[in-house]
Design a protein around this ligand. Sequence first.
Ligand SMILES: O=C(O)c1cc(C(=O)O)oc(=O)c1
Length: 316
Amino acid sequence: MAHGDTTGDFEKSPGWLDWYDGPSTPAFTLPEGAVDAHCHVFGPGGQFPYAPERKYTPCDASADQLFALRDQLGFERNVIVQATCHGADNRALVDALQRSNGRARGVATVRRDVTAEQLAELHAAGVRGVRFNFVKRLVDRVPTDSLEEIVAKIAPLGWHVVIYFEAEDLPELYGFFSSIPTDVVVDHMGRPDVTKDPDGPEFALFLQFMRENPNVWTKVSCPERLSVTGPRALDGEQHAYTDVVPFARRVVEEFPGRVLWGTDWPHPNLKDHMPDDGLLVDYIPRIATTPELQRQLLVENPRRLYWPESLNTQGA
Ligand SMILES: O=C(O)c1cc(C(=O)O)oc(=O)c1
């Protein structure tokens, strides 16, 4: 559905697909306290301008719209991840965190010259991690050189590192990623090529990476991005993205205490369709097949990373 061609003074990238208005109410009832652990806010561009170095200009997707989606789908909380279209300008993210009444925490993008004072401000707003993007179409240069410097600054705050990369780049980056001393969260299972065998060497390397590095977690998210044969989460489809299921299910079953799930709303850069987020939620029980796995994936694991203080008090 179109949300207008302009966002503030910005014109959307050609062919941009807007997020899906009016998602269905999921058939799957989320466990109480469920966290959507990967979603974004875009602008609004008129208030929070997109970064000059961005690789795409999205449609606006405001904090209020995100919170409405949260309530409609049945999540209690969000983890909002800084999108590359905002570069290292975290103002839209911080604004959303501050208006969430404690129901959102964040992952920011910072530059190597970030000061302790700036980090303290981000922490007070609810930021608990920094994101590094190694997907070449999204950044001018991969952040290998700045990562170590930034990690030294954020580690004392107890923050973790989120990395986004593609499966074909893991062999080259394996040693570097293994050297990160903090917790590490890999976006979207390191983007496996799901036309390949889930038992084949490419995905085996990712599983080995998680096995050898007990500080590494992953988001078993974005089937809509990884899927090649679908079917798409549209028009009531209850078995969407069947080709991604064996990959995600494998990870959930081997590493039940180190997996997270998120909608990825508003789904930047999708090219051929925009999913109904209610049907995306209905995908969850196909990859986390028992109530216990679902509770770990959706409640316990995100709380351990983003609201650890809530685990110290009984029943919080
Ligand atoms: O694959 C993508 O295009 C994409 C982009 C971004 C971003 O621009 O931050 O975030 C994501 O999680 C996925």
